[in-house]
Structure formats: C-alpha cells, structure tokens
Ligand binder design. Structure first.
Ligand code: PLP
Length: 455
C-alpha cells in the first residue's frame, strides 16, 4: 500500500498525462490507475484489482497481453542487436523481411514501406509524401488534403489538423492551412428521412465532388480516411460508400490515404479494412496492431505509382530526405514479425469476423430494445452503443450529463474497461481479437449492468 501511495504521489508530481484534466489530477480529484501486469484479455493494477480490457488498451493489443513468443522475439533481438539506424541503406534481416511481408499483404499495389513510431507520425509522413509526389511531378499547386469530420488521424501538427474533432484543435492553433473537411458517413445521424444507405452514400460522394470542384481539382492532392471510422464513434461505412468515393477521387487524380491504424491486421474481420470494402488505396498507414503495441512501431506504405515518381526524381532532387533515428528500429520490426506470425497462424482476421458477429449479436440482444439506445453498430471486433434520451428524435443527451463517461465509469467500477468515445454518448468496444465468446458474454453482461445503473 505504501508503495502504491508513493508511486501515485510521484506520478502526480511529475507526469504530464495525455487527455487528462490537469487541475483535477493535480489537486487529487482523480486518482491514478497503476497498471502492473497483463495476461490474455485482462490487466491488473497495483492493488491487485483485475479488469477485463474491452478496448485492447487503445484498440491495439490485438493478440492479447503476455504473449511469450512476442516477448522472446523482443529479447532475442535486444541481445543480438538492440539498435542500428536504417539511413543510407543500412538494414537488418527483420526489417527487410517485415517490409517484404507488408508490401505483399497490404491492399492496393504497394511498393515500399517507411517506418515510424506512431500512427501520428506515419500520417505526418503520408502528408509529406503526398506533397513531395506532387512537387516532383510538376504539380506544386496540388497540395490540399481532404479529411472527414470526426475522422481521427493523430495528434501531431499535420495529423492533428487532419483529425476532424475540434477539441483536438482547440487552443493549440490547429488545424494548419490546406486541410479540407468532408462529411462523416454516419447513416444513423446524417441520413435524410427515408434515405437509403446507398442514396446517403451517393450524397456524400456528391458532396466530396462538389468540394473538389469548388476548391479546384488542380489544388486537391489526397483524401485521408479510416475504412471504419474509429475514435469519432466506431462508424462502419454505409453500403456503397467506398466505391462511390473512390470513383470521385479517381476522376480528379486525388490520392487515397487509407488510415488503417485501427482497422489493419484483422480488427474488421479482414486483414485490412480496405480489403473488406474493396478500397484500393495509394498510401496505407498502419500502427497499433502491427506490433499489437508490444513496442511502438508504425508504417507508411507507398504504392508503386507514387514510389515510381519518387525514385525517378532522384537525379534532380537527391536523397529522400525524411527519416527518424528510430525508423525501422530492430526491436520494433522483430516484434512486428512475431506478432504477424500469430495473426497469420491463428487467422486472427477470421476469428475477428466470427467473434465480432457474436459480439454484435450479444450487444443487439441486450440493448436493441432499450429505449435509450439509439443505435448498436459495429464490424469485426469493433462495436459501439449510442445512447439517446429519445429514440424517435435522436436528439443527443445534454453534454453536461456526461452519460457516456458515467456509463464507462460504472463499467469500470465493475472491472470492465469499455471506452466512452470522445464525441457523443457512445460506449465503444474493441477488445483483443483473441477474446473468447465466454469473455464476450462477461463483457456484455457487465456493460448492461453499467447502463442499467446510470440510465
Ligand atoms: N490514426 C488512427 C485511425 C488512429 O486511431 C490513431 C490513434 O488512435 C492514430 C492515427 C494515431 O496513432 P498514435 O496515437 O499512435 O499516434
């Protein structure tokens, strides 16, 4: 107990925590959770309390906690060669193997992989590659990047600007110039009365086309989008959405950046979200599930078409002048190879499809008839329940009531981590893909008790 108090005091004194109410924490109104161990789908805190992790950390520990084969791969690489850089064509066997593997696995016709450490920096890299590509092919005005309302692409300067949730911008001088916004494809909230999913998708595609035409196609470089919108509310696309959006992009020579940071490596029930929806991206961003978060690693995967332009420009522009000390870090890539071995050997995408259907069925069974549940939605092992005071009008609860946060807290008091999504009153589920049906039952049972307690 003394140790727990000491850690807490030290933490309160010294750590600047992300997404934390600073004054509340500093003044003791909220307490730290000291997370100590993880095994399977559960984590344990320093007081010995165990939680079922219905959100896989931050939708990232896809293979579950405590996998010895991943820990051993990390240790083996640390003993053998903890670090060397990948500048000027230095490499390691694990780096070459992982890149080859990703080029073959990824959607679209991919050519090369650039490694970073987070989804944010990988999307920052994608923006730079898009700008570089258009400079190199003599289109210096074609630079604007379209992102979607409620899309989440990270927190760094450009990725944070592409993120379409305003509280990530407020007081931080974001977004920077050159980022355009198009509508979120949420049929439940955005459709007109009686509008079918197909018709709604058509309208969203028409809006995208109108935006490109209004800005001038010669100024618009790319659209960045998550195949299934994640942090903005776990929103699978309505039917017909992606084919229509891609037709517009193709028409105006606008690149598609598929942000697969959450969707990649099985979460949607396919290896990539793009595979599920027939997307053919020009650039693909992955992170999270790439190493199941055992160590930080991200990748920006570049298509043949884009890479070709970069390579051919070498005589004029010299070296590709972008890179991090830790690009292709040997321990990161070794962890990724060990994780992808599990993903492929155990068919985690197939498991996610099957267990995701079970999860959605269980959520529907418990919540569909509940008068304060507006929508139960999901695909693969990502699902959400959206709460409204009145199903008919769909008008949201007053934010002051903090309904989503209170339900999430009530779940937590019952040892379940289910995330209150940052926009609206939405409870999100994105457990490890290895979660069993019995554990899904346990999770949904607790979530229902939490909802009954709050509403
Ligand atoms: N892109 C998507 C779709 C994400 O969900 C996230 C993080 O949640 C990011 C990018 C940013 O990744 P990171 O937090 O590793 O910077």
């Amino acid at each position: 107990m003394k140790r727990v108090v000491e850690i807490g005091e030290m933490d309160r004194r010294s750590v600047l925590h992300p997404f934390t109410y600073l004054k509340d924490y500093a003044e003791g109104a909220s307490a730290p959770t000291i997370v100590e161990t993880g095994k399977g789908v559960r984590i344990k805190d320093a007081s010995g309390r165990e939680y079922i992790d219905g959100f896989a950390g931050l939708y990232c520990v896809n293979v579950g906690y405590g996998r010895t084969e991943v820990a051993e791969a990390i240790a083996r690489q640390a003993y053998k060669l903890a670090y060397y850089h990948s500048y000027a064509a230095h490499t390691t066997e694990e780096l070459a193997r992982l890149s080859d593997r990703l080029v073959k696995m990824a959607p679209g016709r991919m050519s090369k992989v650039f490694f970073g450490l987070s989804g944010s920096d990988a999307n920052e890299t994608q923006a730079k590659i898009v700008w570089y590509y258009n400079n190199l092919r003599g289109k210096p005005a074609k630079k604007k990047i379209i992102a979607r309302e409620r899309g989440y692409h990270g927190c760094s300067v450009v990725s944070g600007s592409m993120t379409g949730l305003s509280f990530y911008h407020d007081h931080m001088d974001l977004p920077v110039a050159g980022i355009l916004r198009t509508g979120v494809p949420h049929h439940y909230r955005g459709a007109l009365p009686g509008e079918t999913e197909e018709a709604f998708s058509e309208r969203r595609a028409n809006e995208l086309e109108a935006l490109i035409l209004a800005e001038g196609p010669e100024t618009v470089a790319a659209l960045i989008a998550e195949p299934v919108l994640g942090t903005g509310g776990i929103i699978p696309p309505p039917s017909g959405y992606w084919p229509r959006i891609q037709a517009v992009l193709k028409k105006y020579d606008v690149l598609l950046i598929a942000d697969e940071v959450i969707c990649g490596f099985g979460r949607t029930g396919a290896m990539f979200g793009s595979d599920l929806y027939g997307m053919v991206p020009d650039l693909v961003t992955v992170a999270k599930g790439l190493t199941s978060a055992y160590v930080p690693l991200s990748a920006s995967i570049v298509s043949e078409q884009v890479y070709e332009v970069m390579q051919e420009a070498t005589p004029q522009v010299g070296a590709f002048s972008h890179g991090y000390t830790y690009s292709g870090h040997p321990i990161g890539v070794a962890a990724a190879n060990a994780v992808l071995d599990i993903v492929e050997r155990d068919d985690l995408p197939g498991q996610a499809a099957k267990k995701g259907a079970y999860l959605l069925g269980r959520l529907n069974a418990e919540f569909e008839q509940n008068p304060i549940v507006g929508e139960v939605r999901g695909v693969g092992m990502m699902a959400a329940v959206e709460f409204v005071p009145d199903r008919g009008s769909k008008v949201p609860f007053s934010p002051a009531l903090k309904v989503g946060a209170r339900i999430s807290q009530a779940a937590r008091n019952r040892n379940l981590i289910a995330r209150a999504m940052p926009h609206g009153d939405i409870l999100g589920f994105a457990p490890p893909l290895t979660m069993s049906e019995a554990e899904i039952d346990e999770m949904v049972f607790i979530a229902k008790a939490a909802v009954d307690e709050v509403l």
